[in-house]
Ligand binder design. Structure first.
Ligand SMILES: NC(=O)c1ccc[n+]([C@@H]2O[C@H](COP(=O)([O-])OP(=O)(O)OC[C@H]3O[C@@H](n4cnc5c(N)ncnc54)[C@H](O)[C@@H]3O)[C@@H](O)[C@H]2O)c1
Length: 322
């Protein structure tokens, strides 16, 4: 199949693009490199540098049959400081893409949604049917795209799947080497802990008085390679006139302390912790129910926290040695 991967020079998009190439698809990556890296685009994929707004129509016209849509801004704090950027890129950019798809007749899309659409959950694990009450412009802009996809499925016959990721981690060894997280700033826990471990061996922990087994926040992590597998399954499952939504997590979750312990184990570095007060708006537990995607697409996470930390560490070391 000829597929367009928007944001395919970013962390997750590049891993999915590599998996699509490996599975025999013809892949075009559209990315403006605002947070991505040209060298992450896998060999075998065609790379077009540009924004959704300027280039989506032109790229789609090249006989594209389906779209995997990752391109977005995704920093929660930045979204609170610059909400217009989030509405413009995440919703505006997506609408430009969807309109271009409609005009050209491409109606299959897999979209990167997020746990942030749920806001502070009333219960965990969170199911797809739970209320969506985003607490920041990032989550709200993603929810607006989900709603638009429901309408485009109903009104124009799009076949769409939204995958709501919780925390994605780890790195993927593709044909051209490791692909992993290179966000600036890095806000995700595992790469942050690994970077701190390598720098001075100290990690800051925001609160250890939550109602969790060890007092630190619990989050749901999945390995980026497992996530890529979910995308390939979602792509095959798109059906005209249907927009389906799936949560992606492992259903249990790990505490900040457990993550730090596993990072210490894989790096062999004794990591110290500096416990400070809680951050505003951090729920104690955010865990996904992935029962729906397991039942309907036969997907389940097969890699564990140790794999995520070990692969992220291998990626970090490979970049340092390059
Ligand atoms: N990383 C996670 O844990 C996580 C969790 C939930 C959801 N998501 C979603 O997954 C997607 C990918 O996340 P990521 O961590 O790989 O982020 P990333 O920043 O590494 O990748 C996003 C890519 O999109 C590109 N891009 C941004 N705006 C663009 C535009 N207007 N036109 C063209 N390209 C543009 C960037 O240059 C970058 O390469 C995002 O949509 C994000 O919201 C990620």
């Amino acid at each position: 199949m000829r597929v367009l991967v928007t944001g395919g020079a970013g962390y997750i998009g590049s891993v999915v693009a590599a998996q699509l190439v490996a599975a025999g698809h013809e892949v075009t990556v559209l990315d403006d490199l605002s947070t991505g890296h040209a060298d992450a685009v896998p060999p075998g994929a065609t790379f077009v540098r540009g924004t959704l707004r300027d280039c989506a129509a032109e790229v789609l016209a090249d006989d594209i049959e389906a779209v995997l849509h990752f391109a977005a801004k995704s920093l929660v704090e930045e979204s609170m400081a610059e909400p217009a950027k989030y509405w413009s890129t995440n919703l505006g950019g997506s609408i430009t893409l969807l309109e271009a798809m409609r005009e050209i007749g491409v109606r299959t899309i897999v979209f990167s949604s997020t746990a942030a659409v749920y806001g502070e959950p009333e219960r965990t694990p969170i199911a797809e049917t739970d209320p969506t009450r985003p607490t920041n412009p990032y989550g709200a802009s993603k929810l607006a795209v989900d709603t638009t996809l429901t309408e485009f499925a109903r009104l124009y016959g799009f076949g769409a799947v939204s995958l709501r990721y919780f925390n994605v981690a780890g790195a993927h060894q593709g044909e051209a080497g490791w692909l992993g997280e290179r966000h600036h700033p890095e806000t995700h826990l595992i790469p942050t802990v690994l970077a701190r471990a390598a720098a001075d061996g100290w990690v800051q922990v925001f609160g250890d008085d939550y109602p969790t087994p060890d007092g630190t926040c619990v989050r749901d992590y999945i390995h980026v390679t497992d996530l890529a597998d979910a995308h390939l399954r979602a792509l095959q499952s798109c059906r005209p006139g249907e927009h389906r939504v799936y949560n992606l997590g492992d259903g249990t979750g790990f505490s900040v302390r457990q993550v730090i312990d596993v990072c210490a184990e894989v790096t062999g570095i004794d990591i110290g912790t500096d416990v400070t007060s809680r951050r505003l708006g951090d729920p104690a537990v955010l865990v996904a129910s992935s029962e729906r995607i397991q039942a309907e697409l036969g997907w389940r996470a097969v890699r564990d926290l140790r794999d995520m930390a070990a692969d992220a560490w291998a990626f970090t070391k490979a970049r340092r040695e390059a």
